[in-house]
Design a protein around this ligand. Structure first.
Ligand SMILES: Cc1cc2nc3c(=O)[nH]c(=O)nc-3n(C[C@H](O)[C@H](O)[C@H](O)COP(=O)(O)O)c2cc1C
Length: 195
């Protein structure tokens, strides 16, 4: 290629990039990462390993919760990040050093406050998935909710709020195979109807 043609070619590509007119991924390709995240997550447990989580990663995980959809965009949730080991251990007794607990709470008793429970569930899922997308292990818990709701004062839950769920987040032992770590799911044909 002649030098002048090469220069023209470089200028053309530079112009395309500056104008933002570069070829984009089609919708299928663009969504693949998100779908992979939705189909390869698993609830971490024995494979948690000691280690801290940076404040900036905690904020990224919380941002996913804040961004969750909610009925009439009411955003009824409050997030409580439990980092104090002694307090976290009172809620999840076998907790690993450095794990944090993110408690999702809403006004009411945490059981009967209608759409807020579903909204909190969506925020819980977003937090759970965001943590895994950042390379951490995560697990949703509702079992310890009575314990959490018995510690409202120590946890500083907003007045009149009750915990709906919590997400445990922590570092993972690296050699974990996500596919075999997840438990099996029922097959599609047992739970889907097409009409
Ligand atoms: C609403 C909800 C409540 C859960 N509560 C607990 C819990 O209290 N204790 C626990 O060990 N795991 C709890 N889990 C984790 C589930 O057991 C886990 O997500 C499920 O077995 C699927 O695991 P897998 O994604 O690794 O296949 C809960 C999960 C959800 C979605």
């Amino acid at each position: 290629m002649k030098k002048s043609s090469l220069t023209m070619c470089i200028l053309f590509v530079a112009l395309l990039i500056v104008s933002g007119n570069v070829p984009r991924l089609n919708a299928q390709e663009a969504n693949q990462g998100a779908v992979t995240n939705l189909t390869t997550h698993y609830a971490a447990g024995r494979n948690f390993t000691a280690g801290t989580i940076s404040r900036s990663d905690i904020e990224k995980i919380l941002a996913a919760g804040v961004r969750a959809p909610s009925a009439n965009n009411r955003q009824p949730w409050h997030f409580t990040v439990v980092q104090t080991p002694a307090l976290a251990k009172r809620i999840v007794s076998n907790i690993t050093d450095g794990n944090i607990l993110i408690i999702i709470s809403a006004a009411g008793d945490g059981k009967t406050n209608g759409p807020a429970i579903l909204d909190c569930g969506l925020a819980t899922e977003s937090i759970y998935l965001a943590a895994q997308a950042l390379g951490y292990g995560s697990r949703i818990y509702t079992g310890p909710m009575n314990t959490v709701n018995g510690l409202k004062t120590e946890l500083g839950l907003p007045s009149g709020y009750s915990a709906v769920a919590l997400v445990r987040v922590g570092r993972l032992d690296p050699p974990v195979d996500a596919t075999s770590a997840a438990s099996a799911r029922k097959s599609l044909d047992t739970m889907v109807t097409y009409k």
